[in-house]
Design a protein around this ligand. Structure first.
Ligand code: UDP
Length: 259
């Protein structure tokens, strides 16, 4: 069984800021890829969280989620909500690292370095289609396995992953399931790096379209996604909550002088 390597030792030079009780790391895309390389070299089992505003709101009132996020080796600012909350709190500026792009960058690197990747999650057929697209985009990419995310028997899936021996696993079971799932199984899985990636496999497989670049740049990708997938209403209702929590936290920090 692999043991978890403590983050501070291998990623000690990466700065982090607390955002509503979650330690979010200040990394650019190249630094995130570099961090993965270091995790692979160090051994052990590491969790990466691609954080958005919905996750921060949930973490603020859900101890289990907060613990899972706090124990991750790396928490990346994926969504615009994280950047907004950090701005309200007066934290140093975060570069956004969108989860979809992180997966693509890691697959590009994986094809070169011969890292084996596993795709877990999304509806039946989606992960397999995403694997086809990724292999086309990054020739030489070794996909160690794919499994959809609507499995009934968890131990069979865990065994399948263990047998496949991937270096990197992208887990697309939606939040918070994916992040809790990684947190509770990572030491059993034997996978050095597991990353919760939300709806990324749907995007890669062409089931869902990403917003045009301009919309992404002005921080409105969530609105574009909402139009495509109206069930994502939780993103919208969480926004005023996120702002309120950040303002409250800011006032508290002013009064107590504590972060
Ligand atoms: N999903 C899954 N198993 C589940 C629930 C969700 O595989 O039990 C998949 C879903 O099909 C989608 C992905 O998780 O591909 C992310 O879903 P969503 O966009 O709702 O997650 P979020 O981006 O909000 O984390």
């Amino acid at each position: 069984m692999t043991s978890t390597v403590q983050t501070p030792e291998i990623l000690a030079d990466i700065a982090a800021s607390p955002v509503l009780g979650v330690r979010v790391h200040h990394v650019t895309m190249p630094q995130a890829v570099q961090a993965v390389r270091r995790m692979l070299a160090a051994g052990g089992a590491h969790q990466i969280v691609t954080a958005n505003g919905v996750m921060l709101v949930r973490a603020a009132r859900d101890e289990q989620v907060r613990r899972a996020l706090s124990n991750a080796a790396l928490v990346i600012a994926d969504g615009a909500g994280v950047v907004l909350a950090a701005r309200i709190l007066g934290r140093p500026v975060f570069a956004r690292v969108p989860g979809v792009e992180l997966v693509q960058e890691l697959c590009a690197r994986a094809a070169i370095e011969q890292w084996r990747v596993f795709l877990l999650g999304a509806a039946p057929g989606v992960a397999a289609d995403a694997a086809v697209v990724l292999r086309q985009q990054y020739p030489g990419l070794q996909v160690a396995g794919v499994t959809h995310g609507y499995f009934a028997d968890e131990s069979t899936v865990i065994e399948e992953i263990r047998q496949a021996k991937p270096d990197l696993m992208f887990v697309a079971l939606g939040f918070p399931r994916q992040d809790l799932w990684i947190a509770s199984h990572r030491d059993r899985l034997g996978v050095p790096v597991c990353i919760g990636v939300g709806g990324t496999l749907d995007v890669l497989a062409g089931r869902v379209r990403r917003a045009p670049r301009l919309i992404q740049q002005i921080g409105l990708e969530w609105a574009f996604r909402l139009i495509q997938e109206p069930r994502r209403w939780r993103v919208v209702i969480s926004l005023p909550l996120l702002v309120a929590l950040a303002l409250k936290e800011r006032v508290k920090e002013r009064w107590t002088g504590k972060r």
